[in-house]
Design a protein around this ligand. Structure first.
Ligand code: PXP
Length: 249
């Protein structure tokens, strides 16, 4: 049954818009967990545009479920990760000017650096996930890197869901095949990026899906419905879509 991990970056985006301390991402993390989220995700970017170093340390003290830190594979971030000790690091590609993460990580093309970084993190007791496009080449490279998890980029599915459903269906087939392959290779399978209340159901129903990382749509709905309702609605949607309505509460 897939679990929901809430990405709270955009709570920090709103806070930073005025330079004060509200809304506090820490409060958001607690509310999300009380509403049924299995974990909290944050992305510590090089430019610190939303989550900052002090947030990461505070989240580590407060979050009871899985704490997942998204980051680029750089010496600076590796040092911080070892200090913060999240349960899991997800390596993502990062470009300074992008609005959000664009495309999956090229694990195959950066295997040496990612393997060394993975070894360092796993030695510190941190699980490692690679955020990749659902491609066999990247899955095999993730295995070689020593990662225990992969997170499949669902952006192509989400972009086409409301525009070109046929293209979206092709991408869903690609994601399904990738889930089977990753599972065969003994990787734990997560997914995320662009998921919302309309397009998450079929992703939650994919085979061997362990965790969904969702941020923007949840925080967006929380503005109107409140964070508690936004999280509870998404947990219920995931449970029902994955075929377990008994876990609706
Ligand atoms: N997974 C990864 C690796 C991401 O980089 C992001 C965006 O920070 C998400 C999931 C969440 O995406 P969204 O905010 O579109 O739900």
């Amino acid at each position: 049954m897939p679990q929901l991990c809430v990405n709270i970056d955009h709570v920090a985006t709103v806070r930073n818009a005025r330079g004060g301390c509200e809304p506090d991402p820490l409060h958001a993390a607690v509310l999300c967990e009380l509403a049924g989220a299995a974990g909290i995700t944050f992305h510590l970017r090089e430019d610190r545009r939303h989550i900052r170093d002090d947030d990461a340390l505070a989240l580590r003290r407060v979050v009871k479920g899985t704490l997942n830190m998204e980051m680029a594979c750089t010496p600076e971030m590796l040092k911080i990760a070892v200090k913060v000790k999240p349960d899991q690091v997800t390596f993502v590609p990062e470009k300074r000017k992008e609005l959000t993460t664009e495309g999956g990580l090229d694990v195959a093309g950066n295997l040496k650096a990612l393997t060394a970084a993975t070894k360092k993190l796993r030695r510190a007791g941190i699980a490692v996930s690679m955020f990749i496009d659902p491609e066999p080449k990247q899955i095999h490279a993730s295995v070689k890197s020593g990662a225990s998890h992969v997170e499949f980029h669902t952006g192509v599915w989400c972009e086409n869901f409301d525009r070109e459903r046929a293209k979206a269906e092709v991408e869903l087939d690609r994601l399904r095949a990738a889930c089977y392959l990753a599972y065969e290779e003994e990787l734990i399978v997560n997914s995320g990026h662009g998921l919302n209340y309309r397009n998450t159901g079929p992703i939650a129903a994919l085979p061997h899906m362990n965790e969904l990382n969702i941020g923007h749509a949840l925080v967006g709905r929380a503005i109107f419905a409140g964070l508690d309702t936004a999280v509870r609605d998404m947990v219920q949607l995931i449970n029902v879509s994955a075929g377990n309505p008994l876990e609706e509460d």
